[in-house]
Design a protein around this ligand. Structure first.
Ligand SMILES: [Zn+2]
Length: 268
């Protein structure tokens, strides 16, 4: 049975105090944890870091405007006309695929969720305020931009998940000069236009490019991959610039991958 003290001890080897930790996890990967997902959250925050976890919610997406942006990763013929789900920022409005740790973090009183109806992030910890600047539906990765532009010490930690769950890679696509897509969602009864990243199903093929900057530790049963945030996004952005198709998931008619390989949404 993994205890909070065990986790704090392991995290001590990663020196996470005073760092931002972009954390992507499968709770099951840890094995038995005394006290459940809350224990993991407590161990990170008591170690002195600021946690950032994606808390995406897809069910409120809609396409009512049918604004025909070019190269926007959509087959407009095949999308539903209107959805009935209204995103109101409720803590229950999160995809199961985000994991139970992110879901639990979202429900804690000291957590702030960024203002984005489909691609929000839950942020908690001492440097939370630094990461909340400039957030908007048109600036989906504002927290990552704050880490990058303010040169905040930061790690990307993947616990029992791979690069398909590694949202900072979408920010690396932006750094590589790609233009993110536009989507629409129902938020508080209104249709709002938002910025979103692309398909992540092919991201694990980037792994060979980051071998030299990857470290691995075990926490309980979980194999945990750790990267310096800045090294990771810079290395991956360089790889994407050299080979724009490297992020493609391999599915021939994946509109998001096909359009992102071509540079993303055409802003003209
Ligand atoms: Zn794809």
């Amino acid at each position: 049975m993994l205890t909070k003290e065990d986790i704090v001890d392991q995290l001590g080897r990663l020196n996470i105090a005073n760092k931002v930790v972009c954390f992507h996890s499968s709770f099951k990967s840890f094995g038995d944890v005394q006290g459940g997902p809350q224990t993991i959250i407590d161990a990170f925050l008591e170690s002195g870091c600021t946690l950032v976890c994606p808390t995406f919610f897809y069910s409120a997406q809609t396409y009512p405007a049918r604004i025909n942006y070019l190269n926007n990763g959509i087959d407009y013929e095949s999308v539903p006309e209107m959805c009935s789900v209204n995103y109101m920022g409720a803590t229950s409005q999160i995809e199961p695929s985000m994991g139970v740790i992110a879901k639990m973090l979202l429900g804690i009183e000291y957590t702030t969720r960024t203002k984005h109806p489909t691609n929000s992030f839950a942020i908690a910890g001492k440097d939370k305020a630094l990461l909340l600047a400039n957030q908007s539906p048109f600036n989906v990765y504002s927290a990552y931009k704050a880490i990058y532009s303010e040169n905040l010490p930061a790690l990307v930690i993947l616990a029992g998940v791979d690069f398909e769950s590694c949202t900072p890679i979408h920010y690396a696509e932006e750094l590589a000069g790609k233009s993110l897509f536009r989507r629409w969602a129902v938020q508080n009864g209104q249709v709002v236009e938002v910025e979103e990243g692309s398909c992540s199903d092919g991201f694990e093929s980037l792994r060979p490019y980051v071998n030299k900057i990857e470290s691995e530790i075990k926490i309980g049963d979980s194999l945990v991959r750790v990267y310096n945030f800045h090294c990771l996004v810079d290395t991956i952005a360089e790889a994407i610039v050299r080979d724009p198709s490297i992020t493609h998931c391999g599915i021939e008619n994946c509109h998001r991958c096909n359009d992102m390989v071509r540079g993303g949404r055409n802003k003209a």
